[in-house]
Ligand binder design. Structure first.
Ligand SMILES: C[S@@+](CC[C@H](N)C(=O)[O-])C[C@H]1O[C@@H](n2cnc3c(N)ncnc32)[C@H](O)[C@@H]1O
Length: 395
């Protein structure tokens, strides 16, 4: 891959002003530009600019650093001061940004190749690395920019680089984060964040959407419900009528502690969508709110295999989340919400979720709009398995 990328960069430099490297979160864009910068240097090219490696504490991503590719000097770039609900956005360090822009300004005077890792919504709105990037664009150097796939066209148009070679790195990661990262994120959210009733950004209308989605579930006293990603119990408590037995699963022990404090009678278990620590066919309804989007697309179908496994045959699930009907609608929402959009999250399309549920064997699967950005997907475990292949429940 390293040789391929070097060859592509040299070929691009022969005929274009710049090249763009793209790929989803976790595919290794920064690792790729660091390797490429070393390879270009071995070709006797003067390489400058910035890379933004993760800042890890105890194995967890807590932010990003910014590295001067010429000197190796690094500074903190951004961090998550209070991760979790209602937004996981990063806070940028003015010193880190000033350092990065100074590095880019120097590179415009000294370098033949300038790397800018990475160009994102902050730059598209005129902040972040924009001053340094503008200077680099005005220099004769060859530019290597990294950005997320959804931003490629916008970044190229913004930088006046329409049509420059663009290379997509790797595949989508099999999981958005590790279980330990998810626990860390939501343990911190449970400790620091209030209940997201007055939510903004993609969670706008949270409480109304929960109330509307709750009407999609019919449950009678004496029956049992399961809420996956229960958090503090916000969805379950809107669905449960007196006499209903409520069970909840969540990967975050701190969320479960908070939930238990608010609802001492709930039966709570540590676990996650792909391995529900509950028996087959035990529930008369399965619920989930604002948790499904923490899965990677490859995990959607196995998650529904678990949901249908634990439902009693003939009974229904209702899964509420931030969903979109088209990629265009998702992109429009990102633009409208601007800074309130969370770039760390991937919100699925309703059709992807419906298809995953059907592939896992659910029937009568249907999307219901319950808020501006919120949809509930309902479906039923059939009385006898449908012919489509079903995955066995996760161990
Ligand atoms: C935005 S909160 C929503 C909590 C609650 N359902 C609500 O509507 O207020 C997301 C919840 O999903 C949980 N979560 C994250 N990843 C999960 C996974 N893979 N499986 C199950 N729950 C998960 C988090 O721990 C957190 O409690």
């Amino acid at each position: 891959m390293s040789g391929d990328l070097l060859g592509a960069a040299l070929a691009a430099r022969a005929g274009a002003r710049a090249m763009v490297l793209t790929g989803g979160i976790g595919v290794g864009k920064t690792r790729a530009v660091l390797t490429l910068a070393g390879d270009l240097r071995r070709q006797h090219l003067r390489v400058g600019g910035v890379a933004s490696p993760w800042a890890l504490v105890g194995g967890e991503t807590v932010g990003y650093r910014v590295r001067d590719l010429t000197t190796g000097e690094e500074h903190p770039l951004c961090s998550r001061p209070a991760p979790g609900l209602p937004s996981c956005r990063f806070t940028f360090s003015p010193e880190g940004l000033a350092f990065a822009n100074a590095v880019l300004a120097r590179a415009t005077r000294e370098a033949e190749v300038i790397v800018v890792d990475e160009v994102g919504p902050l730059e598209l709105s005129g902040g972040g690395f924009t001053p340094g990037l503008r200077a680099a664009l005005g220099s004769p150097a060859f530019l290597i920019l990294t950005t997320r796939p959804a931003l490629v066209d916008e970044v190229r148009a913004w930088a006046g680089l329409a049509g420059v070679p663009t290379i997509e790195l790797g595949e989508r990661p099999p999981a958005l984060r590790t279980l330990a990262e998810t626990q860390h994120l939501f343990d911190a959210a449970a400790e620091h964040c209030a209940r997201p009733t007055g939510s903004t950004g993609p969670l706008t209308g949270y409480a109304d959407s929960l109330a509307r989605a709750a009407t999609l579930v019919t449950i009678a006293p004496g029956e049992r419900i399961l809420d996956i990603g229960i958090g503090t119990g916000a969805f379950a408590c809107r669905v449960a009528v007196p006499g209903v037995e409520v069970w909840g699963v969540d990967p975050s022990p701190t969320m479960l502690t908070r939930c238990q404090k608010e609802h001492p009678d709930y039966h709570l278990r540590e676990g996650h969508f792909l391995a529900l620590p509950v028996p087959d066919g035990a529930f008369h309804a399965v619920l989930s709110s604002f948790a499904f989007h923490h899965l990677a697309p490859t995990e959607y179908e196995p998650a529904f295999a678990e949901i249908t496994r634990v439902l009693e045959p003939g009974r229904r699930f209702a899964l509420l989340d931030i969903l979109f009907t088209t990629e265009q609608a998702r992109e429009e929402a990102r633009v409208i919400l601007g800074d309130l959009w969370d770039d760390e999250e991937t919100y699925p399309l309703t059709a992807e979720v419906v298809q995953a549920a059907e592939s896992a064997g659910a029937v009568d699967v249907a999307p219901h709009r319950v808020g501006r950005l919120h949809w509930a997907i309902t479906g039923t475990r059939p009385h006898s398995p449908v012919s489509r292949a079903r995955r066995s429940p996760a161990a």
